[in-house]
Design a protein around this ligand. Sequence first.
Ligand code: GDP
Length: 323
Amino acid sequence: MKRALITGVTGQDGSYLAELLLSKGYQVYGMRRRTSTPNYENVIHIKDQINWVSGDLNDLASLIEAVRVSDPDEVYNLAAQSFVAASWPQPIATGQMTAIAVTNMLEAVRIMKPMAKFYQASSSEMFGKVVETPQKESTPFYPRSPYGVAKLYGHWITVNYRESYNMFACSGILFNHESPRRGLEFVTRKVTDGVARIKLGLANELRLGNLDAQRDWGFAGDYVAAMWLMLQQDTPDDYVISTGETHTVQEFVEIAFSSVGLNWRDYVVMDEQFMRPAEVDLLLGDCTKAKEELGWELKVSFEELVKMMVQSDLKRMEAIQSQ
Ligand code: GDP
């Protein structure tokens, strides 16, 4: 039985990845950080199947202990400060959790289990002010936020540990990926949650920032399969994971509202507070390498994703209402 350690297991990606690995018969270890109000919402259905180890990304000793206890064949480093907008008010914390923490994890693995395979969650935000379209593995990076800068450090330190220590370290450059488990502060979930509230008469407007930004949005459940596939190869490498389609925030909004018979123009209000100091205008990924080398496939389309998220938020809100 293979053993995997996942950091960030209670987040969107961690929960889908844990489900996938459990279905493949893995023994799954999930690292959790102590908080006064723990949040297991995404993993509540598999909480008892996960072996919990405590650890904090900024505490190397705890990471060494987590690797010792879990004795993993595969390590998936998904934990981070992952919200771009929060990286301006908290640039240093973002640097510690999203950049330096990657070195902490790599060191823990190098010291305790150097033969373990390592996955680093890199991000399309590293392309930022894009220098070519579509973006692929060879596209130069130009991050546009403290988050993007921190992810770039995490990306390169992973490459460096592969080259310095011959570790099996991979970096997945994942474009935006969403689901009903996406955090409510991200624009997709904010929109689908807002649509559900408006539909049920619990709200009468939705305040948003830049509707012109374009993103390559896929379904998180499809993307965690790519993480796993990267670690099943003979040689470690870096891969772009994306849909190859780009849509504006406005298109997402239009489909979300029209899927419940509403016109977005009647409800969406522009609000300056959701504009960013520097914006990533356009992301569009070319994942040819992942398709060809990993045999990775996309299952859920953009429209299906939007509708899945709206339906899920409607159900959740109806359940709350009927309590
Ligand atoms: P990101 O691509 O990781 O930054 O994912 P987000 O979902 O946070 O943002 C995607 C895009 O939506 C960015 O270009 C934002 O500027 C834009 N956007 C427009 N209005 C909002 C909003 O109210 N909240 C968020 N989070 N993003 C918004």
